[in-house]
Design a binder for this molecule. Structure first.
Ligand SMILES: C[S@@+](CC[C@H](N)C(=O)[O-])C[C@H]1O[C@@H](n2cnc3c(N)ncnc32)[C@H](O)[C@@H]1O
Length: 304
């Protein structure tokens, strides 16, 4: 199709290695329509990333498709500490610095768990003004252990702040539909179309053996990021994530024709991202593309 002599603008696609406090200062103003961050949760644990190689072996203990047997060997491990004495003191200056990068109609999403969300919410209300607080999205999942001493903690919170609460990007028509709980009560047409989700999003965690899995500790489900990108940005916009981890935000952006700027200080994270997003030909800043022998075998997560 002809573009009438106006070539399509080139999407910005960057993966940058470094401390976001330093990198954010170097980015242009007002380029990002959406900022999503999933900072370390202050869990007090060390998030570990085990690199595993899976090899076919008739003596192996793991059974796969068709009864084949495999041997799993650990070929490396890396980790990042998730411990901060002053969590808000770490996070808030970074968020404040990033607001310069947001467009006038842009939005910020901050992904947290129940330990820190209330402190950060109060601080963000002060930073943006309470009118800018739009939603607390609850991501509910059902996986892992169930302690018998309290209600099992099976949700995260994603705080949404609009820079301008009177004018922000929210494409209602781009919202995906989910099945009604009682389709028999709404008639066949509505049941067929499904309903829009509320601020509680049921979404399974990234499956341990699924194709989406990079093995990066704390990798978030693509479906959540895809929903945010589709609804809160226009095609061709740029998304910024400065705690980018395995690059889920970049993958969601690229799948929907948006650009991305992804920052992480960890060499493991940027290596995972470079490989995961290779097909979108991102510019790598502050590090080199992984060499063939550094390419990732299967990865596994644990925390301690
Ligand atoms: C919870 S993980 C993000 C996971 C990501 N949402 C995903 O889906 O894979 C948090 C990331 O923040 C990074 N990080 C922590 N402090 C940072 C800093 N000061 N600058 C840049 N990245 C940082 C860590 O290396 C880690 O990869």
């Amino acid at each position: 199709m002809s573009t009438g002599g106006n070539p399509r603008p080139v999407l910005r696609k960057q993966i940058i290695q470094g401390d976001n406090a330093r990198i954010l200062e170097t980015l242009p103003s007002a380029f990002a329509e959406l900022i999503y961050i999933d900072p370390p949760f202050n869990s007090g644990r060390t998030q570990r990333l085990k690199r595993l190689r899976v090899k076919a072996d008739p003596e192996g203990k793991r059974r796969g498709f068709g009864g084949r047997k495999y041997r799993v060997e650990q070929v490396g491990e890396s980790s990042y500490a998730d411990r901060f004495d002053d969590y808000a003191g770490f996070l808030l200056p970074r968020i404040e610095a990033s607001l310069r990068c947001l467009t006038a109609d842009g939005s910020l999403f901050v992904h947290l768990d129940s330990r820190e969300v209330h402190y950060v919410k109060v601080a963000l209300d002060a930073l943006f003004g309470r009118a800018s607080f739009m939603n607390e999205i609850i991501w509910a999942y059902d996986f892992g252990g169930r302690p018998k001493t309290s209600w099992p903690k099976k949700h995260d919170s994603i705080l949404w702040y609009a820079r301008n609460p009177k004018k922000y990007v929210f494409d209602y028509d781009a919202i995906d539909r989910i099945p009604y709980m009682a389709p028999g009560l709404v008639g066949p047409e509505k049941a067929q179309r499904g309903k829009t989700p509320t601020d509680v999003w049921w979404q399974t965690i990234v499956p341990t053996n699924g194709r989406e899995r990079t093995g990066y500790a704390t990798q978030k489900p693509l479906a959540i990021l895809e929903r945010l990108v589709r609804v809160h940005t226009r095609p061709g916009a740029t998304v910024l994530d400065y705690f980018a981890g395995s690059g889920t935000t970049g993958e969601a952006a690229a799948r929907h024709g948006r650009g991305f700027v992804l920052i992480d200080q960890s060499a493991d994270a940027t290596r995972v991202m470079a490989e995961r997003l290779e097909k979108y030909t991102p510019e790598l800043v502050g590090f080199d593309a992984p060499l063939p022998h550094q390419r990732l075998p299967r990865l596994a997560r644990s925390s301690s």
